[in-house]
Ligand binder design. Structure first.
Ligand SMILES: Cc1ncc(COP(=O)(O)O)c(C=O)c1O
Length: 390
């Protein structure tokens, strides 16, 4: 293994060489069921022929020109995202953190346009928004902040899924926006009560705040709707996407509508690579594939069935705190730290993740077969039972 990589990740001792669908193959020839999808990225599985063909064909025509010129694929992908989200405008970038940076810059511009000189954004405890200085400052996790002071100012933190805690700040004239994940992902798969987003929308309307939804993990079908806000029939002012939008090709997007849509003007924001012809070709192929195969409604049903299967096999097991989720975003919380389960599952040919120390996180591909689903439930339940009973 190379010593020349910065020590930013505690990597597992496995190197994958190729993939197909929900399966990954390592350099030793061993196969694994991928139940984490590169952290909610490869929703359509690995080496998807439709996505690979689109990337291949586009790379042979044109990869990059810069945003100094019109980019046809960017316009087409923006049209598709608007069609599915009912937002109005799109800015393309390369990652989730950049999409959230764009959202935060929109909030600041909106504030200054309204003569608010010292603007603040309400953010949640236990949230995750990225690793740039502004997005790590917005993130509600002390470990992420550690060693990076001084943090970016202008964030007010409240508990997640607590409407009264937000309302308590209604008199603060510096607040301009709320930034929230519709389902907390890194924070341990926390699904708020039904009506939470609707209530936040109402508070934002009453106070002229922007409702900014971080759908970097929940977006593009993951929860069984194209976007998680559609479960509550509301529209945010700002919506951020990345992860599954390119099925592995790096691409992010910040969408806006209404008063947020025109906050940024030429010279305010930009990125060299953002929305290049290649990344947008991948994004177009992803959306097209999801449309043609009706993946999004299928995920709603299959996700619910998967949660119920785990509840059936594990709810009576001592040491299980909760089995929860929405669509293919599932958390199994134990009463003790369980990070070692990742290595045990790897040995057994299963890729899972543990977040917040005690919660097994599953983000399966949308193309997992029935047989693979059975393997996931049986094998993982067995691993958890053995871990908890010993
Ligand atoms: C909700 C959420 N926001 C933002 C990010 C950051 O995205 P990226 O790693 O692409 O910068 C993540 C990544 O896990 C995320 O889950």
């Amino acid at each position: 293994m190379s010593d020349h990589l910065m020590n930013t990740y505690a990597r597992l001792p496995v190197t994958f060489e190729k993939g197909d669908g929900a399966t990954l193959h390592d350099t030793e020839g061993k196969s694994y069921l991928d139940a984490i999808s590169g952290i909610a990225v490869c929703s359509l599985g690995h080496a998807h022929p439709g996505i690979s063909d689109a990337i291949c064909a586009q790379s042979q025509k044109l990869i990059h020109t810069s945003n100094l010129y019109q980019i046809g694929n960017q316009q087409k992908l923006a049209d598709k995202l608007i069609e599915h989200s009912a937002m109005e405008k799109v800015f393309f970038c390369n990652s989730g953190a950049e999409a959230n940076e764009t959202a935060l810059k929109i909030a600041r511009k909106y504030a200054h346009q309204n003569n608010i000189d010292n603007p603040a954004v309400i953010v949640m405890q236990n949230s995750f928004h990225g690793r740039t200085l502004a997005t790590l400052s917005a993130t509600g996790n002390d470990k992420v902040h550690e060693g990076f002071a001084p943090l970016v100012e202008g964030f007010i933190r409240v508990p997640f899924d607590d409407i009264e805690a937000v309302k308590a700040h209604s008199d603060n004239k510096n607040i301009v926006a709320i930034l929230v994940e519709p389902v907390q992902g890194e924070g341990g798969i926390h699904v708020p009560q039904t009506g939470y987003l609707k209530a936040l929308r109402e508070i934002c309307d009453n106070n002229k705040w922007l409702l900014m939804l971080d759908e970097i993990q929940t977006g593009i079908g993951r929860t069984g709707q194209w976007f998680a806000f559609q479960h509550e029939n509301i529209l945010p002012d700002v919506l951020t996407l990345a992860k599954a939008l390119g099925n592995g090709m790096p691409i992010g997007a910040c969408l806006a509508q209404g008063k947020a849509a025109d906050a940024l003007v030429p010279g305010n924001h930009g990125t060299t690579f953002g929305g290049n012809p290649l990344a947008c070709a991948a994004g177009l192929a992803v959306i097209n594939t999801m449309e043609v195969h009706n993946h999004v409604p299928a995920v709603a049903k299959k996700g619910q069935a998967l949660i119920e299967s785990f509840q059936a096999t594990l709810s009576n097991q001592a040491g299980i705190v909760d089995i929860r989720g929405k669509g293919y975003m599932i958390g199994i919380q134990l009463d003790r730290p369980c990070g070692e389960l990742v290595g045990i599952a790897l040995e057994a040919g299963l890729l899972i993740n543990v977040t917040r120390g005690d919660t097994i996180r599953l983000l399966p591909t949308f193309v997992m077969s029935l047989e693979q689903t059975d393997f996931l439930v049986t094998k993982l339940s067995e691993i958890i039972q053995e871990f908890l009973n010993n």
